[in-house]
Design a protein around this ligand. Structure first.
Ligand code: PGA
Ligand code: ZN
Length: 442
């Protein structure tokens, strides 16, 4: 074993003493403002973090604070920045914190709303992530290992789900489904999975260039050609996987989709798909046809966040063999995940720290999924920064799956590169989906 893999953790439960909190408005990957923070500790070290931002956000998510007005089309975060400096900083400095959850609870109490609307989840999540980094540094462990110790999890290198074709709210084509992902389930390591994803991405680019003349991109770095229906997208993916020399299949390179059905829900159990209005029953049948025809291992937000009947329908039809992931449905909320398990809506939960607002609550959501024998998938947002926290989060909690967009564009590959770096510098980390799942098709 490499000696670098064996940190000598400071076992005296090191506390964190915050001396100053700085905050700035920066730009995210879409060119909209977001929050970056820096914590300076009394030992002189600084720990930074920044907040991502969604476009197809769920109604039950923690709320971002945006300035309104004309600057940046109303999307400025100067009030969120001021709240960090004027309110969060005085509440956190000049005392010793013995746990991240104490810091997170203090920020929640200071905010005083159920969804962090006053100080802004964009402000709070950035401070929370920077604080997690401060605790990891104080305990002299890499962030992923500190998370594993904190949560009592076995570390695991996750199967990346590369979003290579974009539609819905993330692209300007006519594709109703938002994300088409490839998952190198059969790879033997993170490095091999990343190579597989990148090679297929380039094969896909070549095909799209030949067939459509241009390779426009969606928000998550996937291509956004003028595809008009999901089957056309899936056929293109199958061909690209083969072109790159891989085998499409549930045990090899599997496919996952995020229809993000809020985006084409008409209400009252009706969906507007491929130019037609269909019922939730027809949509469920449509998914089961796709499952029969493609190596589709996972469907995320197949129904709208409040169409519980639709969720139950597909869960009954496909939940024993297909991963059905709640994103807008669960919004990384432990209580909503537990309720979803009881009701039989889904067998997996998407995990986005900024959707619930603190790292502590994110870890609670992962624990709730695990207790309910649900799988988890850690996720970026469509608006991202170079922050790589989610890579350490997925390894440290052993969740086994991550999605961070295409294997291209700096803000997306920052996470994949962090994963391969963790793998390369830590011995003994297995790669795979893990054992949490009950609804498995692979
Ligand atoms: P968002 O999309 O970040 O725009 O919400 C990601 C997703 O729906 O999974
Ligand atoms: Zn989603």
């Amino acid at each position: 074993m490499n000696p670098a893999d064996q940190p000598t953790p400071n076992t005296e439960n090191p506390s964190v003493h915050i001396q100053a909190v700085t905050a700035e408005q920066i730009l995210d990957s879409r060119g909209f403002p977001t929050v970056e923070v820096g914590l300076t500790l009394d030992d002189g070290t600084t720990h930074a973090a920044s907040a991502p931002a969604g476009a197809s956000t769920g109604a039950f998510e923690a709320v971002e604070l945006r300035d309104g007005g004309t600057a940046h089309s109303g999307r400025g975060v100067l009030h969120a920045v001021a709240g960090i400096i004027d309110e969060i900083q005085p509440a956190l400095i000049d005392q010793s914190w013995s746990s991240l959850s104490d810091v997170d609870h203090a920020m929640r109490a200071l905010d005083g709303t159920p969804n962090l609307a006053r100080l802004g989840a964009n402000a709070v999540v950035a401070v929370s992530i920077a604080t997690a980094r401060a605790f990891a540094a104080q305990s002299e462990q890499p962030l992923h290992r500190w998370i594993a110790s904190l949560t009592g999890s076995a570390e695991l290198m996750p199967v990346p789900h590369f979003n290579v074709l974009n539609g819905g709210a993330h692209a300007s084509n006519d594709l109703d489904f938002q994300e088409f992902m490839i998952a190198p389930v059969g790879a033997s390591s993170e490095a091999e999975a990343v190579q597989t994803g990148a090679e297929i991405y380039h094969a896909l680019a070549a095909r799209i260039r030949a067939e459509y003349g241009t390779t426009g991109l969606g928000d998550e770095g996937g291509f956004a050609p003028a595809l008009s229906n999901p089957e056309a997208a899936l056929d293109l993916l199958m061909a690209a996987i083969t072109d790159a020399g891989y085998t499409p299949g549930l045990q090899d390179v599997a496919i996952a989709i995020d229809p993000a059905a809020n985006g084409f829900y008409d209400g009252a159990g009706q969906y507007r798909l491929n130019g037609q209005t269909i019922t939730r029953e027809q949509l469920a049948t449509y998914y089961t046809t796709l499952l029969a025809n493609y190596p589709l291992r996972s469907i995320e937000d197949g129904f709208a966040e409040d169409d519980h009947e639709g969720w139950k329908l597909l869960f009954t039809q496909a939940g024993d063999h297909t991963q059905l992931v709640g994103d807008d449905l669960f919004v990384t909320d432990a209580a909503r995940i537990t309720d979803g398990a009881i009701q039989g809506y889904a067998n997996a939960a998407l995990i986005k720290p900024n959707q619930i607002g603190t790292v502590t609550d994110t870890l609670a959501a992962i624990a709730a999924a695990r207790q309910n024998r649900m799988a988890g998938m850690v996720s970026h947002r469509s608006g991202e920064t170079g922050d790589t926290f989610i890579a350490d989060l997925v390894v440290g909690t052993g969740v086994g799956q991550i999605k961070s967009g295409a294997p291209a564009r700096g803000e997306r590959v920052a996470k994949y590169n962090r994963l391969t770096h963790i793998e390369a510098t830590t011995s003994g980390l297995a790669y795979g989906l893990g054992t949490d799942r009950q609804g498995k098709r692979s």
